[in-house]
Design a protein around this ligand. Structure first.
Ligand code: C2O
Ligand code: CU
Ligand code: CU
Length: 485
């Protein structure tokens, strides 16, 4: 019972229990026996037309998540998780997603700006045995994005079973033009953090009940239990993705060393920002650069306690970093990364009130269009959380956090984002820039990325329409909710 908000809601006095609330975790229980698995890069097949083709298959697997104890898992092109995809700005991409599972799913490109029919949300279901072939042109700055299923009501379970992967976007020339560490798997390392709860026999505990769904005390990184990574350079970039259902991590090192945040979800910060800790909620990405001394060992951790108003997390050891006796020197950290225009609040403000598991008092309805947004609009979205901890993600958009309860966000949160943590009883204002692909008949989603909440209906739909046609756009879709199976 580490969820104070949950206790308060169930009528118990949460505060009295908060003292022992953060006591769980896995601190000092790991041996760091297993080398960190680096998801393989999937080389696209070149098409005659210059298109990059990525064949992806959703498959069932059996995976030793716990050593010696195989578990039933799902994966993409393998039994658990998926390959890392990588593309450049300007690339034309053609995905073929084949669903070999026993039930329908989708694949959503979280953080990608693309036409709504390619988005992979709950309206693009892939039935068992079917193939879905979206195509789009990458047109956004270098960033760490990711992909995962989005079937309405089943997203939490599908991601938990292992359907998720990283999708790195580079600029036109490849890389991000900064000189930051960029050798994938050597000094540019994906870290997909996911908590899991295991049965005795090693199978995944799939109890998706309660307020937050399953909360595990085993944290897998890239699917690796008890992981270590051998550092061979004086600086390493980590692309940290919280792919968990509900956990919020407060990432730092065991010796509280300083490191630099260089990018948020949707791209680079203006300059590297020194921190000792940062908080990451489900769906968010932070790119960080840390410096190492030859021969040293240090742990990457999640510090318990201060994750916000309601969620009290335990102390977690995540990854042992063991530096080689001799390190290859890395380039110094650049002073500047990319110029960012000041956030543009636009002229229109919309308010989203986060309830227990609804938005503006309404549950998700697949046939209802909640918001109509003109193409390329800039708006202020005010996210007012009147309950316990949530977060907020918008498809096909990039935003900057204007303020959190009226205060300017800390400097390491001032970059381009698509997902933001909203602690209990907190109001966050976002300066949002929307995409330019119009389709009045196919919605994008905005939602809490705590997957249990999303699945319970804490999600809304918006369409992007040609400017001037907002008032004439129908608010219902001809289809009734068809996402349930
Ligand atoms: Cu990570 Cu609606 O998605
Ligand atoms: Cu998304
Ligand atoms: Cu939520």
């Amino acid at each position: 019972m580490r969820r104070r908000g949950f206790l308060a809601l169930t009528g118990l006095v949460g505060l009295a229990l908060a003292g022992c609330a953060g006591s769980q975790g896995n601190a000092n229980t790991l041996a760091f026996r297993n080398p960190l698995r680096i998801p393989p890069l999937l080389d696209p097949e070149p098409g005659p037309d210059g298109v990059k083709r990525y064949p992806l298959r959703l498959v069932e697997g059996r995976t030793e998540l716990r050593p010696g104890k195989p578990a039933r898992t799902w994966g993409i092109n393998g039994g658990h998780l998926g390959p890392t995809l990588r593309a450049r700005r300007g690339d034309r991409l053609a995905m073929t997603v084949t669903n070999t599972l026993g039930e329908a799913s989708t694949l959503h490109w979280h953080g990608m700006r693309l036409p709504a029919v390619m988005d992979g949300g709950p309206h693009q279901m892939i039935e068992p045995g079917a193939v879905w072939s979206p195509e789009w042109t990458v047109d956004q700055p270098a960033a760490t994005t990711w992909y995962h299923p989005h079937p309405h009501g089943r997203t939490g379970l599908h991601v938990y079973r292992g359907l998720a992967g990283m999708f790195i976007l580079d600029d036109e020339k490849g890389g991000d033009g900064t000189g930051l560490p960029s050798a994938y798997g050597e000094d540019d390392i994906p870290l997909i953090l996911q908590d899991r709860k295991f049965e005795r026999n090693g199978e995944l505990d799939e109890g998706f009940g309660g307020t937050f769904g399953p909360l595990g005390d085993d944290i897998l990184i890239n699917g690796t239990y008890d992981p270590h990574f051998r550092v061979t350079t004086t600086r390493v970039r980590f692309r940290v993705l919280n792919g968990s259902s509900a956990r919020v991590y407060t990432i730092g090192f065991s010796d509280e060393r300083e490191f630099h945040v260089v990018a948020n979800d949707a791209g680079l910060l203006e300059r590297p920002v020194a921190v000792r800790r940062f908080r990451i909620s489900p769906g968010e990405r932070f790119e960080i650069v840390a410096a190492f001394e030859a021969g040293e060992e240090v742990l990457l951790k999640s510090h318990g306690g201060d994750t916000g108003a309601d969620v009290e997390e335990g102390d977690y050891d995540l990854l042992k970093l063991a530096a080689a006796p001799q390190l290859r020197p890395s380039a110094p950290l650049p002073a500047r990364l990319t110029p960012l225009a000041p956030p543009d609040r636009g002229t229109r403000t919309r308010t989203f009130r986060l309830g227990g598991s609804n938005i503006n008092g309404r549950d998700m309805d697949m046939a209802r269009i909640d918001e109509v947004v003109p193409a390329g609009a800039r708006e202020t979205w005010e996210v007012d959380n009147v309950t316990f901890s949530h977060n907020f993600h918008i498809h096909d958009a990039v935003f900057r956090v204007l303020d959190i309860d009226g205060e300017r966000p800390p400097e390491h949160l001032r970059g381009p984002k698509d997902t933001v943590y909203v602690p209990g009883r907190t109001k966050v204002r976002l300066a949002v820039e929307f995409g330019r692909h119009t389709d009045p008949g196919t919605p994008y989603m905005y939602h809490c990325h705590i997957l249990r909440h999303e699945d319970k209906g804490m999600m809304g739909q918006f369409v992007i329409v040609p400017p001037g046609s907002e008032d004439t756009t129908p608010r219902r879709l001809p289809v009734a909710g068809h996402g349930h199976h």
